[in-house]
Design a protein around this ligand. Structure first.
Ligand SMILES: C=C(O[C@@H]1C=C(C(=O)O)C=C[C@H]1O)C(=O)O
Length: 273
């Protein structure tokens, strides 16, 4: 049985709805968690495959394979990776910025942007605080996923920066927040099942784009986000594609990560096939 991680956020809901609607999934064990937890479970071999932090792929690339044509990315605003700040971004130089404990990619994207794009030297600290308490402790905090979506509805800070937009405006490239990747061990032991899943996910991706309204009508997230806003988020912000431009953006992220010493080296992008 394949053990599949599922990010606990609205960003993957259409894809998983596509998977479970289009295919019998009794042969799959689906385990939910935030990206940081899924990253650790995959590294420990406790799950076989999941959509998770593109940064986590790079840290242990020799142990993983990327499922083709899949990602969680954005070409412009992503809406769910947000820096909430009490002051304009340029004024964060020399200050402390709090970081979501759920992320691996976005925290490193923020470090790259602050250093290379804005020339700000910040102290970064991971925090579990809610956004209101966090902004009493520090001038800014990065949130991802549903916490970012929910906080943006409350409007806790005068300045809100979308990291997908900051990256796109700077580089002209999409940003790949998450990849689907599996352990090489699972790919070897369950080759046929993994190939079947990889194919099913491409069908699920088509379904996810075609049936957004139907999926939103049944989605729990509509209760707090509103159905129209949820549909707009899936349509206008989140992309599941991994084409040439996304791969160029991913390679550039890894190059900056290596340059700043956030990664020991730029990883090879090795696909499951
Ligand atoms: C677009 C998003 O990308 C996410 C960001 C991740 C990270 O920062 O490590 C990991 C998975 C994605 O869920 C989001 O959280 O909404």
């Amino acid at each position: 049985m394949l053990r599949i991680g599922r990010i606990d956020y609205a960003n993957v809901t259409p894809l998983f709805r596509g998977l479970t609607t289009c295919f019998p999934c009794e042969g799959y064990q689906i385990v939910s968690g935030v990206p940081a937890v899924l990253n650790s479970m995959l590294a420990a071999g406790e799950i076989d495959v999941c959509p998770s932090s593109s940064f986590a792929y790079a840290v242990n690339a020799e142990r993983y394979l990327i499922l083709p044509e899949l990602s969680i990315s954005s070409a412009g605003p992503v809406a769910s990776v947000l820096l909430f700040s009490r002051v304009p971004l340029e004024e964060l130089d020399g200050r402390t910025v709090l970081l979501s404990a759920e992320s691996a990619t976005s925290v490193n994207l923020l470090k790259i942007l602050m250093s290379k794009r804005f020339g700000c030297r910040c102290t970064f600290r991971v925090s579990d605080s809610g956004i209101v308490a966090a902004l009493e402790e520090a001038p800014a905090m990065l949130l991802i996923g549903d916490a970012a979506l929910r906080s943006s509805q409350v409007g806790p800070a005068p300045y809100v920066y979308d990291l997908g937009s900051l990256w796109y405006d700077w580089t002209g490239l999409p940003f790949v927040f998450a990849l689907w990747f599996c352990t090489r061990t699972a790919a070897a032991e369950h080759r046929q099942e993994m190939a079947t899943l990889a194919g099913q996910l491409l069908v699920a991706k088509e379904y996810a784009c075609r049936e957004r309204e139907r999926i939103a009508a049944q989605a729990e997230e509509a209760s707090w986000m509103g159905r129209e806003r949820l549909i707009a988020y899936w349509r206008d912000n989140i992309s599941y594609n991994l084409g040439k431009k996304e791969l160029d953006g991913l390679r550039l992220f890894y190059a900056y990560g290596a340059e700043l010493g956030l990664l020991s080296a730029e990883p090879d992008l090795v696909l499951f096939s």
